[in-house]
Design a protein around this ligand. Structure first.
Ligand code: ASP
Length: 343
């Protein structure tokens, strides 16, 4: 019987880093070094091939051009493999995983991101378990031969989380990611237990239709008590800005100052898309709930529902990158495209 095949893509990140002897800082190193510290790869009953970004990068240097490179690579290799494991730095992993969930439209294969908090060459590394289980999950099939997890995920610290539902929550703990508004899709103990109820169903009719362009004229804008009118105006009136991820209080509330509502309405009327998401770690925006939210609906602000900041940002980049008419992009922001919001 043909073995399941996995493509391992190394973009960089702590998992493959080594310490600079002079400065003591962790620096990206080449993929062969990583593989030297991962002899377990021989023990899988799988066909595993590997490709690396050259040079590998710290994920702080990720950007839409790199996302395009990753999306292109997966697209080119898509039909050759049953699943993909992407090794990536943890700092921006949730952004890249979210971006891939939109850019790789029509994907029905497991694309599992992982990495580690300690390099794979260190004794206490979390990298080995993360990598081994991510590979197992990427290769897992249902009894009917369809992939168990046909979507973009992050596997980290014994949990499989939907990629566009995650946020990095801890810079030190091995348990670095959280998905507050969507349960884990699997947990790994002595067995890997899949939470089939939450995994997106396999769509046999879907075809991969990648979209590589991402609009970068977007800003993440967070409210705080005392925010100045001039600062808000400077941002909202900027010609460079096409969209705003507007991080509001609680269930989507903002101060009732008339100047704020007027500025938001003005920006919306100019065709800027303003998406309301909550600053809270969990929960959703419900703009109709309080008067302080209702005024935003009147100003043309769209609801980001229970989106993470990473998902709202990359979704807006993707929709504007498609060149859709503003109203259509606004409408789609409120629809669930890749499991990123609960509607
Ligand atoms: N700075 C590293 C990166 O994101 C941290 C990590 O890999 O965990 O590439």
């Amino acid at each position: 019987m043909k073995k399941n095949s996995i493509l391992l893509i190394y973009t960089g990140g702590t998992i493959g880093m080594v310490q600079n002897a002079k400065t003591g800082a962790l620096e990206s190193f080449n993929f062969n070094h990583l593989l030297q510290h991962f002899p377990e790869i021989e023990q899988f009953n799988l066909e595993i091939e590997a490709k690396s970004f050259l040079p590998p990068i710290d994920s702080s240097d990720m950007n839409p051009a790199m996302w395009k490179k990753l999306a292109l690579l997966i697209t080119q290799e898509y039909h050759k493999y049953d699943g993909f494991v992407v090794l990536h730095g943890t700092d921006t992993m949730a952004f890249t995983a979210s971006a891939m969930s939109f850019m790789l439209e029509g994907n029905t294969k497991p694309i599992i991101f992982t990495g580690s908090q300690l390099p794979i060459g260190m004794l206490r590394t979390d990298g080995k378990e993360n990598l081994i289980t991510a590979i197992e999950i990427a290769a897992a099939k249902n009894a009917d031969g369809t992939p168990t997890v046909p979507e973009v995920c992050i596997y980290f610290a014994n949990k499989l989380l939907r990629g566009n539902r995650c946020t990095k929550r801890d810079a030190g703990s091995f348990d670095a990611f959280v998905s507050n508004n969507c349960p884990a899709l699997a947990t790994a103990g002595t067995n890997i237990t899949y939470n089939h109820r939450y995994i997106r169903p396999y769509d046999e009719k879907a075809t991969l239709t990648p979209q590589y362009e991402m609009e970068q004229g977007i800003i993440i804008f967070s409210l705080f008590p005392g925010i100045k009118e001039e600062v808000v105006k400077a941002v909202l009136r900027s010609k460079e800005i096409k969209g705003v991820i507007f991080r509001t209080y609680g269930a989507g509330n903002a101060p009732q100052a008339p100047w704020l509502t007027q500025e938001l309405a003005r920006a919306s009327n100019e065709g800027k898309i303003i998406v309301n998401i909550t600053q809270c770690a969990g929960g959703a925006v419900e703009m109709a709930r309080y008067e302080t939210g209702r005024q935003l609906i009147e100003a043309g602000v769209v609801s980001g529902h229970d989106s993470t900041v990473e998902a709202a940002l990359t979704k807006l980049m993707y929709l504007l990158g498609k060149g859709l008419p503003t109203d259509e992009a606004r409408r789609l922001m409120e629809c669930d495209l890749a499991g990123e919001i609960t509607v």
